[in-house]
Write a protein that binds this ligand. Structure first.
Ligand SMILES: [Zn+2]
Length: 74
């Protein structure tokens, strides 16, 4: 997740990442979420159901498949 903030004094904008972005371009927490989902025998629907219960935004099908394909090559 990325938080955007703007200083009311000087109008400068700041970006804060809540998770590092990996060399592959994906966010660390998303890669871990897909990894954990797959090794427990689950898929995108189960992950997004869990994330919804945790009041967190889910992963898009595109992001999930992108990470899954990269993992297959690792
Ligand atoms: Zn300022």
């Amino acid at each position: 997740m990325i938080f955007l903030a703007k200083c009311l004094g000087c109008n400068q904008a700041f970006k804060f990442n809540t998770t590092p972005r990996l060399e592959c371009g994906n966010f660390d927490v998303n890669v871990r979420a897909v990894w954990g989902t797959l090794v427990t025998g689950n898929g995108l629907s189960q992950l997004n159901e869990l994330l919804a219960v945790l009041d967190s935004p889910g992963l898009s099908r595109r992001s999930f498949l992108d990470i899954e394909l990269k993992m297959n090559n690792w």
